[in-house]
Write a protein that binds this ligand. Structure first.
Ligand code: AMP
Length: 425
């Protein structure tokens, strides 16, 4: 179906044309008419399906068609809540792109950067705010943002916001909104908690689903290479070099390994950078821009930092380590094979990760093909080391029997997963 058949305004059609799109993706075909009619919407869609345009285009059209409620330039008219800064920046870019022929102002609000420029921007008047929950709440508490005029609220990647422990923040934000509004909730997965949230804040939402829940994109070929844990890096460098891969996104479970691996790849002669929650926003933005330009060949990322990354035509994703949470596998490999392109997802799996692999295959309801690379056959005599909280739990060394002096790396990390995830983001 063409965008021109969806009842969008001339300004929005011009903007989609400028982006180079004429056909609407399945989520856009389904979501746009419901949103234009004013229904609340519960949409099951992963990144890579075109969901951002699926809510941005009709949201802009509704703002265009209606007069602001009780107009006051400090009233925000549309609020888009997202889990991470990267996603906020990307959604903001889409809002700018699709709204280029419309008179609306938009602004992005996230933590990790100074709040003052955000305050002055809000003071000047912003129609559309794209925000992460923590910093938005900060603005609400300081009285620097007014949400009682919000006409449309979007919760994007709602499952991830809940995984990151934002539920209490979201409830407080909802309270600050009052009044009638349209609520749109996008999520890759639908847990009981998501349904409960929808029940609390939405009015008879229309439900749409574009891909089977937890399905991985069909264009993405998936393969597992069994390999010993201490030969993964060598195998990765070998594959990037042999295959002449120009742009590869590599996932690790921890920030520490992301840094170390990136340095090691550099010393193997592969230009590389790491992105994770301990890097400044400026460093993350720069690394991503260099990667997109092709100046960095290997981008090493943790799950949260990579969340929502939109890199056009990314052909290779490598799981250097499998994720602890099987759903993250689906999110990770969703970075490739986007918008109809072919992609390849490679997982380097050592003996410690057998259970993680089984969990992923159970979620996908299919087995992933194993291919042993000649020269990298796993050593059958190696014993597995259990993985806890994202790290291998090394047996304690030294003479400190029973004492926790050398507590295994990460042993204290599991206490508050949500808090950790928020900090990491
Ligand atoms: P999203 O799922 O919103 O992260 O979008 C995934 C990618 O698809 C982005 O690079 C979009 O720019 C692109 N995209 C969105 N809509 C279309 C469309 N109708 N045709 C082709 N590509 C699209």
């Amino acid at each position: 179906m063409l965008f021109s058949e969806l009842g969008l305004s001339a300004e929005l059609l011009r903007a989609t044309e400028k982006q180079g799109y004429d056909k609407a993706t399945p989520i856009q075909q389904q979501a746009i008419p419901h949103i234009l009619e004013g229904s609340d919407l519960l949409a099951g869609a992963q990144t890579g399906t075109g969901k951002t345009a699926g809510f941005t285009l009709p949201l802009l059209q509704r703002l265009q068609a209606s007069a602001p409620q009780g107009y006051n330039k400090r009233h925000v008219r549309a609020l888009i809540l997202v889990p991470t800064r990267e996603l906020a920046a990307q959604v903001a870019e889409s809002v700018q792109d699709y709204g280029r022929y419309l008179p609306f102002n938009s602004s992005v609000i996230f933590g990790g950067v100074s709040i003052n420029p955000q305050i002055s921007r809000l003071r000047r008047g912003v129609d559309i705010v794209i925000a992460t929950p923590g910093r938005l709440l900060d603005h609400i508490q300081r009285g620097t943002i007014r949400l009682d005029g919000v006409e449309t609220l979007v919760l994007d990647e709602a499952d991830r916001m809940l995984d990151m422990g934002f539920i209490a923040d979201i409830r407080k934000i909802m309270k600050a909104m009052r009044g009638q509004r349209q609520t749109l909730l996008f999520s890759a997965t639908f847990s009981k908690q998501i349904k409960q949230l929808a029940g609390e804040f939405m009015h008879s939402p229309m439900e749409i689903q574009v891909a089977r829940q937890n399905a991985t994109a069909e264009q993405v070929s998936q393969v597992v290479h069994p390999v010993d844990r201490n030969r993964k890096r060598e195998l990765l460098s070998h594959m990037v070099g042999e295959g002449n891969w120009r742009q590869v996104l590599v996932f690790t479970r921890t920030k520490h390994l992301a840094n170390r691996l990136s340095q090691q790849l550099e010393s193997d002669g592969l230009s590389s950078a790491a992105i994770h929650g301990n890097k400044s926003q400026a460093a993350r933005t720069r690394a991503l821009a260099d990667f997109k330009k092709g100046e960095i060949r290997v981008l090493v990322a943790t799950d949260i930092a990579a969340r929502g990354l939109d890199i056009e035509q990314l052909p290779h994703v490598v799981n250097f380590e499998l994720p602890n949470v099987p759903e993250d596998y689906v999110h990770r490999i969703g970075r490739t094979g986007r918008a109809g392109m072919d992609g390849e997802a490679v997982s380097l799996v050592c003996i410690d990760e057998r259970k993680l692999l089984t969990d992923i295959e159970r979620l996908l309801k299919r087995d992933i093909q194993r291919v042993v690379i000649p020269g990298y056959e796993p050593d059958q005599s190696i014993k597995p080391i259990p993985i806890k909280n994202g790290r291998n739990k090394q047996p304690s060394r030294g003479r400190h029997n029973g004492r926790k002096r050398n507590a295994p790396a990460g042993a204290n990390r599991g206490r508050n997963q949500a808090q950790r995830a928020r900090r990491a983001a």
